[in-house]
Design a protein around this ligand. Structure first.
Ligand SMILES: [Zn+2]
Length: 310
């Protein structure tokens, strides 16, 4: 409410940490057009967006939750049944393993079906036009066509995200909750198609030079910083060479999430290591005889804090 913006939970976390200290938490309201027209717009609870992702806090990834003290409009998506209508029976064409996986995913607080890497142009989010009074039939027709037919609206029952931070949370939640079914979970990555979620994430140790299309991840430390930018050294080698990730001064002074990233990097003395996740490539750098990945868009980077130093 304070920002007057519609935010994903990842966007809310970023906006929270972009504030100067002392930071204040935000109020959240339902964003569905039906609920926004109500006299009392229902509040939504945002869980854990004001804490940093650490390995310990992972079980409770940030998510939005219905606030039971408020009533939503009957047509609001919070009131809609699940896509599979709560059925435990196999859907047409589903294998037994797929049914078990679908049912197991219900215990997750959020699901991402489609991931649009920040480097891919995102489909604009088009909202259905607000219904004028006495214009109910038309509004109903628009709803039945699926929210104006635009991809990416929330009435599109596939859950789409372009937020790497949310994808990383989803990856860890799913791996933890689904256990032996985790290899069955797939995700549609724009530009790649439907792939196992597991195979989209690759340890830095297994990275191949000049190869994009993965969320590379690995632990390491940042070098003492001189300017606004930074260098992160991975513990693991890439193709037998020392590997680092570099973000230039220019990127760190221009990008809107720089404060959020700085806030995380400032914890370097408190934690034993960071885990970095990024979309990009490692390229051989001859002068230093190392593998270097450059991140020019901070949306392609997510950082977990490692355990605290004792
Ligand atoms: Zn609502």
């Amino acid at each position: 409410m304070e920002l007057g913006e519609e935010l994903t939970i990842g966007g809310a976390r970023q906006a929270y940490f972009n504030q100067n200290q002392p930071r204040s938490r935000f109020l959240f309201q339902c964003s569905s057009p039906e609920c926004r027209a109500l006299k009392v717009v229902p509040k939504i609870t945002a869980v854990n967006y004001y804490i940093h992702p650490t390995e310990k806090a992972r079980v409770k990834s940030p998510h939005y939750k219905d606030n039971e003290h408020y009533d939503h409009h009957a047509e609001c998506e919070w009131m809609l049944p699940d896509e599979d209508e709560g059925s435990d029976a196999p859907l047409p064409g589903e294998t037994e393993l797929q049914t078990r996986t679908r049912l197991a995913k219900r215990q997750l607080t959020s699901v991402i079906d489609i991931f649009v890497p920040p480097t891919q142009p995102e489909q604009p989010v088009v909202r259905p036009p607000r219904a004028a009074p006495g214009d109910e039939d038309e509004a109903g027709a628009i709803r039945r066509r699926g929210g104006g037919g635009a991809e990416g609206t929330r009435s599109d029952r596939k859950h789409r995200s372009g937020d790497l931070r949310e994808l990383v949370d989803y990856y860890h939640d799913t791996r933890e909750a689904l256990k032996d079914l985790f290899p069955e979970v797939t995700i549609n990555v724009t530009g790649r198609g439907e792939i196992p979620l597991r195979s989209y994430f690759k340890k830095v140790a297994w990275a191949r030079p000049d190869t994009a299309g993965y969320v590379y991840n690995g632990g390491g430390r940042i070098e003492p910083r001189e300017g606004a930018g930074f260098v992160f050294n991975f513990y693991d080698k890439v193709a037998d060479k020392d590997a680092s990730l570099q973000v230039s001064d220019e990127v760190m002074t221009q990008h809107r999430s720089r404060r959020y990233v700085n806030e995380l990097l400032d914890q370097a003395r408190l934690v034993r290591y960071f885990t970095f996740y990024f979309l990009g490539t490692f390229t051989y750098h001859e002068a230093s005889d190392t593998m270097v990945a450059q991140v020019t868009d901070l949306r392609c980077l997510a950082i977990d804090l490692g355990p605290l130093r004792s």
